[in-house]
Design a protein around this ligand. Sequence first.
Ligand SMILES: [Zn+2]
Length: 162
Amino acid sequence: VMRCPRCTSNWVRPGDRYLPVDRLFSVAKVFPYRCQACAWRFRRFKGASGTTPKKGDRREFERIPATFPVFFWNADLHGDGTLGNISAGGCWIQGPTAVKDGTPLELLLQAGGQSIEAAGVVARVTPGSGFAVEFLDSRPDHRLRSLLQTCHDKAHVAVSTV
Ligand SMILES: [Zn+2]
């Protein structure tokens, strides 16, 4: 089982090959991976099988269904909604509050008796439905990390017991 060298999570996915040097590494069958819990990017030798991400699935971060209450605000607005999904890169917020692409937001996730803060930018809006937020920190802090891991473990247990 491949584990993240930084946080030891085994929730790891192939990363995008977006650096020129990755092409050189891939010749040597060394491919990039992205830890889904702490966002760490690392390389591993993968032999002949390779790890090319599926076409049309270039998202490096797996989105996990999550339905926590979330509060968000900035200098000009505040609102609340419900998470639809979350990943180490961002989240989807369901709610009627009108926001625009590029709006910076502070977030407070209410999950499992904890309040977890994050900062992000609105990345995509579906009017009347909700909007996507990209986290500003390229590395989730330890509380967000453990929330991601918990949501991931729960989602996968749920799948395997159905
Ligand atoms: Zn990690």
